[in-house]
Design a protein around this ligand. Structure first.
Ligand code: AQP
Length: 325
């Protein structure tokens, strides 16, 4: 089984990125052929600073390593270093109706968030993502809930291509975690946690203990005192329960029992302790990888070479089927 996924180098990762995507990647690398990417071309579709981009890429590579990606067990590389991604995106664009891109939720939301930056790249984002996925004949795409719609579009594009030109691509499926497919903002618990939103709503994977403490203590909750999972009536507490459950590997039912008579303050204090303990080793490992730039670059180069072989071969097939060579 081949798996592919990627993350945009747009800033420090948060626990949503970890619980929604990377945690699944770590498990998958043990049983699937995994290709993981730093999707720098996607990062350019929303406002970004060119002078920061290379630094963000290296930091994300160090983050992948610190989180547990093992370059012996998976391939990881930088998207822009393999030109076949953009080439295939162009081909796929020629068989994708404009309306399918315009109805994508992410396009609508990001256009609203950055009205001064509604570029064609943002509209075409799902085409590039489909190319990323299909180039490696991917079967499963481990992602959080927000990316499910894009994976479904990639599946539809693969089906359409195969039907029109002949079999080249696998039809990929999104792989969502059982829990944690949508971790919510601590400040607006009905919105997803996001790197580029209010930083107080977002726990970074590398936040210092003091920051974690402050963010959890000020996390928005309802006015009650009962620790109960009810995302409709108690979105804040339910989100904290989900996070607690995933880091402690205890079920939500078990936690509801454990904190039955505790009240919010005690529950929050216990969450802080758990998170500080769980994230400490990420912080230490990433610091170490950041001092080993040559090593990290070498891993990316090795990954690029391996990915290039697969990408070239698929691209040649796609060109041929479309009458281009
Ligand atoms: N809140 C979340 N809960 C669960 N999974 C999430 N993911 C993102 N937010 C959550 C998953 O993380 C992976 C990488 O996301 P990305 O950086 O490529 O893009 P994104 O979805 O745009 O992430 P952010 O954090 O919201 O970044 P910005 O602010 O830059 O847009 C994906 O698998 C995603 O599903």
């Amino acid at each position: 089984m081949r798996a592919f996924s990627g993350i945009r180098p747009t800033g420090e990762l948060h626990i949503g990125n970890y619980l929604g995507a990377i945690k699944q990647w770590i498990e998958l690398q043990e049983r699937a052929e995994c290709v993981f990417c730093i999707v720098d071309l996607h990062a350019m579709t929303t406002p970004y600073k060119p002078e920061r981009l290379q630094k963000n890429i290296l930091e994300l590579a160090a983050t992948y390593l610190a989180a547990g990606l093992n370059p012996e067990k998976c391939i990881f590389f930088v998207q822009s270093q393999i030109k076949e991604h953009t080439e295939l995106a162009w081909l796929l664009g020629t068989i994708t109706p404009l309306g399918e891109l315009q109805r994508m939720t992410q396009f609508k939301e990001k256009s609203k968030k950055h009205p001064e930056y509604v570029n064609a790249g943002l509209l075409n984002y799902p085409l590039l993502m489909a190319a990323d996925i299909l180039l490696y004949k991917t079967e499963v795409v481990p992602v959080g809930m927000d990316q499910k719609q894009h994976v479904e579009l990639a599946r539809e594009i693969a089906r359409r291509f195969n039907k029109k030109f002949g079999q080249v691509f696998q039809e990929p499926k999104a792989l969502l975690p059982k829990n944690g497919e949508k971790i919510m903002s601590l400040q607006k618990p009905k919105k997803k946690m996001s790197k580029t939103d209010d930083p107080r709503g977002c726990i970074g994977l590398f936040d210092e203990p003091e920051e974690i403490k402050k963010k959890i203590m000020t996390a928005v909750t309802d006015r009650g005192e009962i620790i109960k999972y009810d995302p409709q009536k108690k979105p804040g507490i339910s989100n904290l329960l989900t996070i607690y459950s995933l880091f402690s590997r205890k079920s939500i039912k078990e936690l509801e029992r454990k904190f039955k008579n505790s009240g919010y303050e005690k529950f929050k204090k216990s969450s802080i302790e758990l998170l500080i303990g769980s994230l400490g080793s990420f912080r230490r490992k990433r610091k170490e990888f950041l001092t080993r730039e040559v090593y990290v670059k070498e891993i990316l180069e090795q990954g690029r070479k391996k990915a290039q072989i697969i990408a070239e071969s698929t691209m040649a097939e796609a060109y041929k089927k479309m009458g281009l060579s």
